[in-house]
Design a protein around this ligand. Structure first.
Ligand code: NAP
Ligand code: MG
Length: 483
């Protein structure tokens, strides 16, 4: 059976209805620039109703379900997701401009998140603590209550899977504000949750604009935890707003993540990762590897190998499933074009570009993947998150310089290190200022089990893995004096 949700509705308390004002926003297919669907422009009042619906779910059926029962619902969400993988991928391909096979991988990953968190529900428990004689002390892990989830457009399914999945596993009730540029799969998840038997109000979805619906959600006093994935600039606003009513936030923000290639690296292994981590989802990935740091001895070999791969990269309509689709919007294309202009006027060495498929639609947000060499580590293109398919290659002399360059940005999300020297692997893992280090790989295939998040401007708190369950719950200590 196909999914049948109406994209113009909000999903509150288990009911699909128009938003407060009935006002709609156009969703654009970035491969063509044409209007794909319309979505609701949720208001602060819609958000308020969603928060109240979440609270009443906590006060009724959802709040009294056992961990085992919650796990079974999440497992059912995983199963239903897997039954709709191609349909979900189709929605994402048209909405986000993501090549079909990449969108399909996101749908499979979302099912895996629900599966992982389904299995984890009844495995998070408190402890007994040795204390003074005459006392028994133990801890309980409790949900925060209502959790707010504000997500970006680049990986809606994966981010909702890890964020909402973790929150539901711990028994929170969620209010989700998807990105206004990518809402379809978010709404599909509402239908999937309903089909899986998730009680009304445990998940509420209100599409809308960031500084309207998003701001209302992060500022709502009935929200007890905010999980935000997006830009550093908006992350700072969210933290301030949640701080006003003293609730915790998880901030998954941007990055400028390096891969560091030492002279002894296995280049055949490394090369596909070096390029793919820069151009996957057209570079619109928080953990994109936008900086490639190469030791002098293999510098030319790496540059040549990457250039050869760049020249084979084909950009086309997302449905045609080439290496790259369009960017999310003409606005994002303009941002990337501006960086390419800066590179040109500063005389950066352009090494290679990909190529366009024939007959691209006029209104599509297409850019060519572009590789720059010999880029100074303090240049804007080596410091700022571009969020497009642009990589800079930076040479270095030794381990110390590599670390200095790698740690020398405002971000600290992930890093990759390519070397066969075991001692150096350990030193680098210890000294890199990031949330995840990958040695002789990059990304570990997405690894649902692996805690993920950043330091510095890349945010704080962790999602994914078991650790997310601690973020989505709080410890209560009980001390009983019994003599
Ligand atoms: P964004 O502009 O920060 O938007 C993210 C979400 O926040 C969207 O739903 C947006 O709403 C909403 N928003 C905007 N202004 C808001 C406000 N004042 N109050 C509350 N919510 C508000 O980011 P983006 O351009 O969509 O995504 C790109 C950024 O996300 C990049 O920096 C990327 O690195 C980061 N990212 C990080 C991770 C990670 O896990 N670390 C993963 C993916 C992306 P609307 O857009 O709907 O208006
Ligand atoms: Mg769109």
């Amino acid at each position: 059976m196909t999914l049948s949700f109406n994209s113009e509705m909000v999903f509150i308390g288990g009911k699909w209805r128009l938003g407060e004002t009935g006002q709609l926003i156009d969703l654009i297919n970035p491969s063509t620039g044409k209007v794909l669907k319309k979505i609701a422009r949720g208001t602060p009042k819609d958000i308020d109703e969603a928060v109240k619906a979440a609270q009443s779910a906590l006060d009724s059926e959802w709040g009294s379900m056992s961990a085992l029962e919650r796990g079974r619902v999440l497992m059912e969400m995983s199963r239903i997701t897997l039954n709709h993988v191609d349909e979900l991928a189709d929605l994402e391909t048209n909405d986000v401009g993501k090549p079909f096979s990449q969108a399909r991988a996101d749908a499979v990953a979302m099912a895996r998140y629900f599966e992982f968190y389904a299995g984890a529900c009844d495995k998070v428990h408190g402890e007994t603590i040795p204390f003074q004689n005459g006392f028994t002390v133990f801890t309980m892990r409790e949900p925060h209550g209502v959790t707010g989830h504000i997500v970006p457009w680049n990986y809606p399914m994966q981010i909702i899977g890890r964020s909402v999945g973790g929150a539901l596993a711990m028994g929170n009730a969620a209010v989700l504000k998807p990105a206004e540029e990518a809402c379809l799969t978010a709404l599909a998840i509402g239908e999937i949750a309903q089909k899986a038997g998730l009680p009304d109000g445990a998940l509420n979805i209100v599409p809308g604009i960031g500084n309207e619906a998003g701001a209302a959600l992060s500022a709502h006093t009935g929200v007890h935890h905010v999980s935000f994935t997006g830009s550093t600039a908006v992350g700072k606003l969210i933290q301030k707003s949640a701080g006003d009513h003293v609730v915790p936030v998880t901030l998954e923000l941007g990055g400028k993540s390096p891969q560091i290639i030492f002279d002894d690296a296995d280049l055949e292994d490394a090369l596909p990762f070096l390029v793919n981590a820069g151009i996957q989802n057209a570079g619109q990935t928080c953990s994109a590897s936008s900086r490639i740091l190469v030791q002098r001895g293999v510098y030319q070999d790496v540059l040549d190998g990457m250039a050869e791969r760049y020249r084979a990269l084909k950009v086309g309509q997302a449905k045609d499933d080439f290496n790259l689709g369009p960017l999310i919007s003409m606005r994002q294309k303009q941002i990337v074009d501006d960086y390419l202009e800066v590179a040109k006027s500063d005389g950066l060495e352009m090494i290679a570009q990909g190529f366009f498929a024939d007959n691209l639609p006029q209104g599509g947000a297409y850019v060519l993947p572009t590789l720059f060499g010999n880029v100074p580590a303090d240049h804007r293109l080596a410091q700022e998150e571009i969020f497009g398919p642009v990589q800079v290659v930076i040479p270095f002399e030794d381990e110390q310089e590599a670390l200095q360059i790698a740690n020398g940005t405002n971000f600290g999300l992930v890093a990759g290190v390519w070397t066969k020297d075991g001692s150096r692997q350990m030193r680098m893992a210890k000294n890199l200022d990031v949330g995840q280090v990958f040695i002789n790989n990059y990304g570990a295939g997405g690894g649902v089990e692996l805690p993920f998040g950043g330091v510095k401007g890349s945010g704080h708190g962790r999602e994914k893995g078991f650790e997310a369950l601690y973020s989505f719950s709080t410890t209560k200590t009980v001390a009983i004096k019994h003599g």
